[in-house]
Design a protein around this ligand. Structure first.
Ligand SMILES: [Zn+2]
Ligand SMILES: [Zn+2]
Length: 116
């Protein structure tokens, strides 16, 4: 991978899956964007596939409960007013609204069904 372009601050790596990628900002406001403020502090990088300067990718964030660094992949975390890693969501499932509970439970059953 080419690290020379842009100014990577370091390498983001998810503690739950194998995802790792250089990131170029951390915080709630990506650089080179005018009015964009994110809902959470997160790791992000400029979208390498877009010629637009304002396009960026959110790689991940910190779980607000256990402080683990997790990616935004739906198998690793979910965002409900704050970022939560899935293990924490499962531990505190009853504290989340039904809609979130259903989503997490559905994920489990989908995984089971995918292996016949
Ligand atoms: Zn992950
Ligand atoms: Zn967590």
């Amino acid at each position: 991978m080419d690290f020379t372009e842009g100014s990577a601050l370091g390498v983001f790596s998810c503690e739950l899956c194998e995802l790792s990628s250089p990131y170029s900002f951390y915080g709630q406001k990506p650089p080179n964007t005018r009015a964009m403020v994110l809902l959470e502090e997160c790791y992000g990088m400029k979208d390498p596939f877009s010629p637009e300067r304002e396009k960026f990718l959110v790689l991940g964030s910190k779980c607000s409960l256990c402080n683990k660094t997790v990616c935004v992949g739906t198998d690793c975390s979910l965002f409900y007013t704050k970022r939560f890693c899935l293990p924490c969501v499962r531990d505190h499932l009853h504290q989340f609204p039904e809609q979130v509970q259903n989503e997490v439970l559905r994920k489990k059953s989908v995984q089971k069904m995918s292996s016949p």
